[in-house]
Design a protein around this ligand. Structure first.
Ligand code: GLC
Length: 457
């Protein structure tokens, strides 16, 4: 997404946040067709993004020189089309195992997968009747999308397709990169749109149920709001229940005219979790595990398991989903540090998943303070329970401001014998943790009530 686009998302969120704390779950889960199709996605909270393409082999290195931002390699290193396409002639990921990718997602507690079916480079991971620039015409010859779709079905995950509107390879795509040597005479963007629709038709009719369409590369001058609305309607005709991200559309105008509706179902802040969530909107933070989307030989900077768990907690407590990326290497292997991160999250979620999956944002406007020096406590909510995410046991009591009802039970997930005392105070229910508790990564205290959680009078 481009920066302007993202800032506009944030502006919308900040305005909504200024109106008060997060809306109650029933307000977010509005009934009607959009509410219906979003239901599984809102429950899911956690998905896997997979960036895989021709760029995965070089891993960000072109003729021994680092190119930066690796799936952008062709653009960054200004590689001529005929030279870049030699990567397709040699594309043969020897260890490609879509089932292993999806098992890693399932075991991490991820509920859906979004695969780059065609990134900005224009190369498709699926067999296509309208293009030869696909895995079918490489030494691999396999349809990677079909394999991922089959694995998702086998392991019970929802399937999502990433598809880039921008295409650096197709002769009809405009604008051309300013450094491109291929002549643009005769190029016809309308013909490119027809090509894109033909590919989307393939993606939406050949692989069974597709739950998410994740567009990208929508920011160039040729793409318009009208085209986005048309494409959205086209995709929905083919797959009525499909959820579509906001990047199908261009950034909204500064002063939207009456009746304006941005195409898409949810917004996609990139590499950041919005300060106060985006109350009233569905949103998903997409995040890398190191600093790159595509496989990066020169980037060992992987996030630790505690960092990843806290990221998921932060996202869920603000009411959003986390789409966490992996970039398999040229052989098709997910880098070991990513697998370790996923396994660590899976282990944590096996105990604490009920505090993430199927929850909504904290009812409190900010994390709950503790004694000076202790990290404030993030919260998620179910109809009759609140979940408190601690970073340490010590740090004094936590007050649930405005909560008057006596809890029915208070327990530490996975360490049920841990004593947590509660008491009524004028400000709300106060919980006191033991000074020293079991050695858990981000312990979760579940506070359950006999009736739906109420905050305030
Ligand atoms: C950006 C980048 C792209 C990446 C995407 C993921 O739009 O252009 O390379 O795939 O973000 O969110």
């Amino acid at each position: 997404m481009d920066r302007r686009d993202f800032l506009l998302h944030c502006a919308g969120g900040a305005a909504a946040a200024a109106l008060g704390a997060h809306p109650a779950p029933e307000a977010v889960a509005a009934p009607g067709p959009r509410g219906d199709r979003m239901a599984w996605w809102r429950e899911a909270r956690f998905g896997m993004f997979i960036h895989f393409g021709l760029y995965s082999g070089p891993g960000g290195e072109w003729h021994g020189t680092p190119t930066g931002s690796h799936e952008w390699m062709r653009h960054n290193a200004r590689i001529p089309d005929d030279e870049y396409r030699r990567l397709a002639d040699a594309f043969a990921p020897a260890a490609l195992d879509a089932d292993a990718w999806v098992r890693a997602a399932r075991d991490a507690g991820q509920r859906y997968v979004v695969l780059t079916t065609k990134h900005h480079e224009g190369f498709a991971l699926f067999h296509s009747d309208v293009s030869r620039y696909t895995t079918a015409h490489t030494p691999l010859r396999r349809d990677v999308c079909a394999e991922v779709a089959r694995a998702c079905r086998a392991h019970g995950l929802e399937l999502g397709w990433y598809y880039s509107i921008m295409d650096w390879h197709h002769p009809d795509y405009l604008p051309r990169r300013e450094w491109e040597s291929r002549d643009a005479t005769g190029a016809d963007f309308a013909r490119y749109v027809a090509f894109m629709k033909a590919q989307l038709h393939e993606l939406l009719t050949r692989y069974g149920d597709v739950a998410v369409l994740w567009f990208d590369g929508q920011w160039e001058s040729t793409w318009t709001h009208a085209a986005a609305l048309e494409l959205e309607a086209y995709c929905r005709r083919l797959m009525p229940g499909v959820i579509i991200n906001d990047r199908i559309d261009v950034a909204p105008p500064a002063a939207p005219p009456p009746g304006y509706r941005r195409a898409g179902d949810y917004v996609t802040p990139e590499l950041t979790v919005p300060e106060r969530g985006l109350p009233g909107q569905d949103w998903e933070t997409c995040m890398t595990m190191n600093r790159n989307w595509g496989y990066a030989k020169d980037d060992p900077d992987f996030k630790s398991v505690p960092t990843l768990v806290k990221l998921l907690v932060e996202t869920a407590s603000k009411g959003g989903n986390l789409l966490l990326n992996v970039g398999p290497d040229g052989d098709g292997r997910i880098p070991p540090p990513s697998l370790e991160g996923l396994a660590g999250m899976g282990a944590w979620l096996r105990t604490n998943g009920r505090a993430i999956h199927g929850t909504v944002a904290s009812p409190f406007a900010a994390p709950l303070p503790r004694a000076a020096g202790a990290a404030p406590v993030r919260v998620t909510r179910r109809e009759r329970a609140l979940h408190l995410f601690l970073e340490t046991w010590e740090g004094g009591p936590v007050v649930l401001p405005g909560v008057r009802e006596a809890p029915r039970s208070v327990r530490v997930l996975g360490a049920e014998g841990t004593p947590v005392a509660w008491a009524r105070t004028p400000d709300g229910i106060a919980l006191t943790m033991p000074e020293r508790g079991p050695d858990l990564l981000v312990p979760v205290v579940e506070v359950a009530f006999a009736s739906p959680v109420r905050v305030g009078s």
